[in-house]
Design a protein around this ligand. Structure first.
Ligand SMILES: [Fe+2]
Length: 335
């Protein structure tokens, strides 16, 4: 943590009256060398655009992501009707959910392979959250761990606390842990989280996962929801056609393209399963353009199997109703 501050690599999103981007030139150079100038320019411009909305410089003043007062009303409303404490307890009642994924051409070495899927940690929403998540994970056995985006609670402003909490949490996790960016995450998160939280990010990138001389491919795309910088074609450029393809996509909104590219299994988050739901898990608000059946748990589209995590953490107000948070273990099976 100290090292991170000394390294001076965490930069803040700032904008002056003209909305000009102010960033650390060293960070900018690193991002360009990793992701290419065009991608960095487009992602950062979008970040500014969204941050300007958040800071009330755009026209969509009533956008829920931008409205701290909506959260204040929700918080005090729940307090007033006596439901806040129950919702807060529910927020930390993290379930361990098992899911089996059947893949026809799964290499024998990967039979029974266990993937720990965390999503939407938003650890800076509450200082207790990282310890609760770590405790739930402690007894679980798995072969590979990954996080399908959303490290920060808000979508703008300072992100130092989100980085600090994630770094502290990742100290409890053995390497490697793979990750993608969500709609709450800036591109600048990649460097500090790779350097100090031991995460390996896949931003429209892929890498082979080897076991006993056999291989499956893990890919990750950038946020397809708010920033829409996902590029599946780029991610799959170097992946052999006949490979087993596992994809991380923050929102399930990439389902059609993933199915067309022959992805076997896609893991997502983003929806929080609704977070505040009616009895039966019926979400009041869905922030993703996809069928309702895709917003929580396992789903299928043609040959693509998908799983949308309802989130390990959550954002807005730290409460949940009829929609428990979870860590998910996906066990790969041949068949
Ligand atoms: Fe989220």
């Amino acid at each position: 943590m100290e090292k991170m501050k000394d390294a001076d690599i965490v930069i803040e999103l700032k904008h002056d009256k003209d909305g000009a981007w102010k960033t650390d030139p060293e960070m900018f150079d690193w991002l360009v060398s990793r992701f290419g100038a065009e991608f960095v320019r487009d992602r950062l411009q979008d970040q500014i655009k969204h941050a300007n909305k958040i800071f009330d410089r755009g026209r969509r003043l009533l956008h829920i992501e931008n409205s701290e007062w909506v959260m204040v009303i929700l918080y005090w409303g729940l307090r007033l009707i006596g439901l806040y404490d129950r919702g807060y307890r529910n927020f930390f009642d993290i379930q361990t959910v098992e899911n089996e994924v059947f893949i026809k051409n799964l290499p024998d070495a990967f039979e029974g392979y266990r993937i720990l899927h965390l999503s939407d940690l938003h650890l800076d929403i509450d200082e207790n959250l990282k310890n609760v998540v770590a405790k739930v994970i402690e007894p679980v056995e798995y072969d590979l761990a990954l996080v399908t985006g959303d490290f920060r609670a808000s979508t703008g402003g300072s992100y130092q606390m989100a980085i600090d909490e994630t770094v502290a949490f990742m100290e409890t996790m053995p390497e490697p842990v793979y990750a993608i960016l969500g709609n709450h995450d800036f591109l600048e998160f990649v460097k500090p989280l790779e350097d100090y939280a031991k995460l390996t990010f896949l931003v429209n990138e892929s890498l082979p996962i080897e076991k006993d001389g056999e291989v499956i491919w893990l890919s990750g795309v950038d946020d397809p929801n708010m920033y829409q910088m996902d590029n599946l074609k780029m991610a799959y450029e170097n992946v052999p056609d006949d490979a087993v393809k596992i994809l991380m996509s923050h929102s399930p909104e990439t389902w059609k393209e993933a199915a067309a590219l022959g992805v076997d299994f896609m893991m997502s988050g983003h929806t929080h399963g609704g977070q505040i739901c009616l009895p039966g898990g019926i979400a009041l608000i869905v922030h993703a353009k996809c069928p309702r059946s895709f917003i929580n748990g396992p789903w299928r589209h043609k040959n693509l199997q998908g799983y949308t995590s309802p989130g390990t953490g959550g954002c807005g107000v730290p409460v949940r109703f009829n929609c428990p948070p979870e860590i998910t273990i996906h066990t790969l099976r041949k068949g």
